[in-house]
Write a protein that binds this ligand. Structure first.
Ligand code: GLU
Length: 412
């Protein structure tokens, strides 16, 4: 299969394979082909210099068949509608795999946040919610953080929506600061879920790796690297958007973090060799976690990947043509819709707590997350065995079974 220019068409083609294996009537696939709703808004924001600048924002609600649609908002200069549609589609499958009562959605704004002041970022965040409010709500569509958005952005967005409604609506958004209706454990949830999934995989594979490489040093990547480091792993390579660093003896992740806080990047870290983001994917490490952007592993470099296990903490980090190469090489890949589903799982716990007006302990949150991850992993793994397919296709098969059941129960 050739990789299409469109990420969305590629994502559809991956899921179509599951429908074919399960021999499901095409009409059900057709129902999921087009998103339920796509919204594009223009966002006029007054900049610090007094002038208005217009940004473009998107929200795609792919499905609400299993519950309100749910997914993050990404602020990135290269966001476009095709990407947001793809990520919304992936959220539908992710939320189904991790078994939370949501459909899928995603939002995006074309912006380089590094060029904005804090005040400009706040005005942009508020404007996004103002323009999208009509399609959002705790029972309709619930955003959350994604690439280059964080709890502070969620707090402004919640505040703006609450002002419009005339009362606090904590449940309209997740990933909020703990002081404002956020959940304990949400900040580390994506990485924590990835660790649970990795441990489940290592048990099945009877592997005890000691080396790892992590691409991306944002919330998911940094926290994952830190968990591995604290667990005694040699984390030999990490990277951020400016490039990576490598040390065969392992990097001291706390010191790398401090270096990044000081200099703005991981490169230049004393005692490590600077490498590119592409080189990072090919280093000698048993565990590889792509935790940055889409299509990092492709048909050009898949053959050079040396890892035994890949944990997809990013969304869509592997191009379709690479799937087959990695599978043929015997690499065990935990796909994004399973590996990074811990984030949205704890978002769901946050929303439940908001609806109940009751706060859980960190221990409760983590125990529930572990249960959810284990259950999802086992369901996916058993389909991989049954159908003799890779874990991505197995995850799509598992989610497809559930989606089609819901469509039929709804009367379609
Ligand atoms: N942006 C995260 C993801 O891609 C979290 C979404 C959420 O918590 O709703 O899964």
């Amino acid at each position: 299969m050739a990789t299409s220019e469109s990420q969305y068409e590629n994502a559809l083609a991956r899921v179509k394979k599951a429908f074919d294996i399960l021999k499901i009537d095409d009409q059900y696939f057709e129902m999921l082909r087009a998103p339920k709703r796509t919204v594009t808004v223009s966002l006029p924001v007054r900049m610090d210099n007094g002038k208005i600048r217009i940004f473009e924002g998107y929200r795609v609600q792919h499905s609400d068949l299993r519950g309100p649609s749910k997914g993050g908002i990404r602020f990135h200069p290269e966001v476009d509608m095709d990407e947001v549609k793809t990520l919304a589609f992936l959220m539908t499958w992710k939320n189904t795999v991790i078994d939370i009562p949501y459909g899928g959605a995603k939002g995006g704004v074309i912006v380089n946040t590094k060029e904005l002041s804090l005040n400009e970022l706040e005005r942009l965040s508020r404007m996004y919610i103002l323009k999208m409010a009509a399609v959002l709500g705790p029972k309709r569509d619930i955003p959350a953080p994604d690439v280059y958005t964080n709890p502070a952005v969620m707090a402004w967005m919640m505040d703006e929506y609450s002002k419009m409604m005339g009362h606090n609506v904590f449940g309209v958004i997740t990933g909020k600061p703990v002081e404002l209706g956020g959940s304990l454990g949400r900040d580390k949830a994506t990485a924590q879920g990835g660790i649970f999934a990795l441990n489940d995989a290592l048990k099945k594979l009877e592997l005890k790796p000691t080396t790892a490489a992590v691409q991306g040093f944002g919330n998911a990547g940094y926290t994952f690297a830190k968990f591995l480091f604290d667990d005694g792993f040699k984390v030999v390579a990490v990277s951020d958007s400016s490039g990576g660093i490598y040390n065969a003896e392992g990097l001291h992740i706390d010191q790398v973090w401090a270096h990044k806080q000081k200099t703005g990047k991981v490169q230049g870290f004393p005692g490590a060799k600077d490498i590119t983001n592409q080189e990072l994917l090919e280093v000698d490490a048993e565990v590889l976690a792509p935790a940055a952007l889409a299509y990092q592993i492709d048909k050009e470099n898949a053959n050079n990947v040396k890892a035994k296990v890949i944990v997809e903490l990013a969304n869509n980090p592997t191009a379709p043509e690479a799937d087959e190469i990695l599978h043929r090489k015997g690499i065990f890949l935990i796909p994004d819709i399973l590996a990074n589903s811990g984030g949205v799982a704890v978002s769901y716990f946050e929303w439940v707590q908001n609806n109940q007006g009751f706060a859980w302990t960190r221990k409760e949150v983590n125990e529930r997350l572990k249960q959810k991850m284990e259950h999802a992993f086992n369901e996916v793994y058993s389909r991989a065995q049954k159908h003799k397919v890779d874990m991505r296709l197995a995850a799509n098969i598992y989610a497809t079974e559930k989606m089609v059941k819901v469509m039929k129960l709804r009367g379609y």
